[in-house]
Write a new protein. Structure first.
Length: 204
């Protein structure tokens, strides 16, 4: 049996470290996904070219393949990560099964990429409230790492991700809602300036 583990990170390099931690435990690359905002951040890896949120993105994502072309020497799931531009979330690096859910949402033109994140996570067993918070976190400049983990590895995976320093969703959700936030799958992406302000506000 497998369980889904999903964590939100404020910084893309932290999310990449989380992927490395999961793979070092023996979680297969095909069971791990990463979706992260690129604005104002230098990924630790070299990724592929930007693609528009159109047919080519959706086609690749629907097949579960890496989105767009890839570059660099990263191994595992990070070798399949590419840069894309999506409606609702803006420029992202994405790979894995959660990326496929985003591509399906974009292809169907039903809603923005945020809805794809929520559908992908909830289908995998993540509570909807948490999935909505994670999607909003990405919209504001963060990154999600999600994985399907065998029961025998689950406790170790949770411990490994805790060492990376992920977002406390309960506290973040209280802060968002205290400012009047309500999840909107059709919300526009944050601008680079908005994301800079959000990161400054969250900085310790």
């Amino acid at each position: 049996m497998t369980q889904t583990i999903a964590r939100l990170f404020d910084r893309l390099p932290d999310a990449e470290r989380a992927v490395d931690a999961l793979e070092s435990l023996g979680v297969p690359a095909e069971d791990i996904s990463i979706v992260g905002h690129t604005s104002g951040q230098a990924p630790a890896r070299l990724y592929g070219e930007h693609d528009s949120a159109g047919e080519s993105v959706a086609k690749d994502a629907e097949t579960g393949a890496a989105i767009g072309g890839t570059l660099g020497a990263a191994g595992g799931v990070l070798a399949g990560v590419a840069l894309i531009v999506t409606p609702g979330l803006g420029p992202l690096v994405a790979a894995g099964w959660l990326a496929a859910a985003i591509g399906t949402a974009v292809a169907g033109a039903v809603a923005g990429a945020g809805a794809g994140v929520v559908v992908g996570l909830t289908t995998a067993g993540v509570h909807r409230d948490e999935a909505e918070l994670m999607a909003e976190g990405v919209r504001r400049g963060g990154a999600i790492v999600s994985a399907r983990v065998e029961d025998a590895l689950f406790a170790q995976a949770e411990a490994a991700l805790s060492e990376v320093g992920h977002v406390d969703l309960a506290a973040r959700g209280a802060a968002y809602r205290g400012a009047g936030w309500v999840f909107d799958e059709n919300a526009p992406p944050y601008s680079d300036e908005d994301i800079d302000r959000e990161r400054a506000r969250l900085a310790p």
